[in-house]
Design a protein around this ligand. Sequence first.
Ligand SMILES: Cc1ncc(COP(=O)(O)O)c(C=O)c1O
Length: 60
Amino acid sequence: MIGVHLYGQPFDINAVQEICKKNNLFLIEDAAQAQGARYNGKTVGTFGEMACYSFYPGKI
Ligand SMILES: Cc1ncc(COP(=O)(O)O)c(C=O)c1O
């Protein structure tokens, strides 16, 4: 499952992790729009199996 953090706001990671656990899915985070954002004190992009970012100049 791919979760997308948008506009600097983390998605509900706990809820999505729960869905992944119940359905035996890997979590991939798209953190292109939320570099440096934190969820429960931890930087987004560090919760899933992998994460992707963007270095496009218009990104946060
Ligand atoms: C949430 C999100 N993920 C991925 C991308 C893709 O980033 P890039 O254009 O650097 O490949 C974008 C770009 O708009 C984005 O907003």
